[in-house]
Design a protein around this ligand. Structure first.
Ligand SMILES: [Zn+2]
Length: 306
């Protein structure tokens, strides 16, 4: 639990991008300790193809999480893959990708989890550092809000969705990380309302979207033949997205998150606000209780896996 981890072997995956509809090849590679999660765009010149998976690189997180480097090279829809790194305790991976979007697979994290568990993880000779919340921080945007507050050695994501749709409606779920079983979170698929599809497509998005990779809800009906995987699938998926976006802090977090109508944009706004002030948090080593926020080797709140 205390050591950083990477994957044991390289993993090749293929799929289609949800928003750009392109075929994508992905290669996950083991990476050295303290290097964090990074994407390498193999279809772009090598002097500008590295994009660090860091909350500071998030750009216009509309309907997915997109990160961009200083040369304007981006990769989007990273959240379902990032959520698996969070959940499986993986700190360091290099991801080669030949397109600007991570494949959507079946709309959940299922394929990523299967692939990663099939090769396994490897402990590295460097301690994991957790972000321990010291003070409550809250972000509000009209009726939407998100907050983070102190919690001892655990992460709770308390998520409420509010939809006028009679099938999705209002649903609230509290997910506690230490409960261990992430299956229903990992396997819950992304979803959209049938009436929003034209508008989403008119923005040039969801070109690769289909009933194979998203739940589509029309009034009180699910259009997918197989229906839902879980009764709480909608809110579960929002928790999955939130976990993936939290991984962009570079660490796991000990804290209690409460959100109503949260999403990629709000989670990113929270990370920016929360991590920008060092009185809000400190680094904690899980079992040695070694508090090192004053350690000059780790001066920056945004240092990935510092
Ligand atoms: Zn999602």
């Amino acid at each position: 639990m205390n050591s950083q981890k990477t994957i044991k072997e390289s993993i090749d995956l293929q799929g289609v991008g949800l928003h750009n509809g392109m075929q994508v090849n992905l290669c996950l590679k083991p990476a050295k300790a303290n290097s964090g999660i990074s994407f390498i765009r193999t279809d772009v010149d090598s002097d500008k193809n590295l994009i660090e998976a860091n909350y500071k690189n998030v750009s216009s997180p509309i309907l997915c999480t997109k990160i961009k480097n200083s040369d304007g090279i981006s990769v989007s829809t990273i959240e379902h893959l990032m959520a698996v790194f969070y959940g499986e305790g993986i700190d360091n991976v290099e991801i080669e990708i030949d397109a600007p979007e991570v494949p959507i697979m079946d709309g959940s994290s299922f394929d990523f989890v299967e692939a990663i568990r099939s090769v396994g993880t490897e402990d590295q000779n460097s301690p994991k550092k957790y972000i321990n919340v010291l003070k409550k921080v809250e972000i509000k945007d009209g009726p939407k809000h998100i907050s983070i507050e102190p919690l001892s050695k655990d992460l709770i994501i308390d998520f409420e969705i509010v939809y006028k749709n009679p099938l999705i409606r209002t649903r609230r779920k509290e997910f506690k990380f230490s409960n261990g079983d992430l299956t229903s979170i990992y396997n819950s698929k992304t979803f959209c309302l049938y009436e929003d599809i034209d508008q989403i497509k008119s923005q040039g998005l969801a070109k690769g979207g289909s009933l194979e990779n998203a739940i589509v809800v029309k009034e009180n009906k699910i259009l997918n033949e197989d229906g839902l995987r879980y009764r709480d699938e909608f809110v579960n998926h929002k928790i999955l997205d939130c976990m993936g976006d939290l991984m962009l802090s570079g660490h796991r977090i000990f804290g209690h998150i409460k959100t109503s109508q949260g999403g990629h944009q709000l989670t990113n706004a929270l990370l920016r606000e929360f991590l920008s002030d060092k009185s809000n948090w400190e680094f904690e080593n899980f079992d040695k209780k070694e508090k090192d926020r004053k350690d000059s080797a780790y001066p920056r709140p945004f240092a990935v896996n510092a």
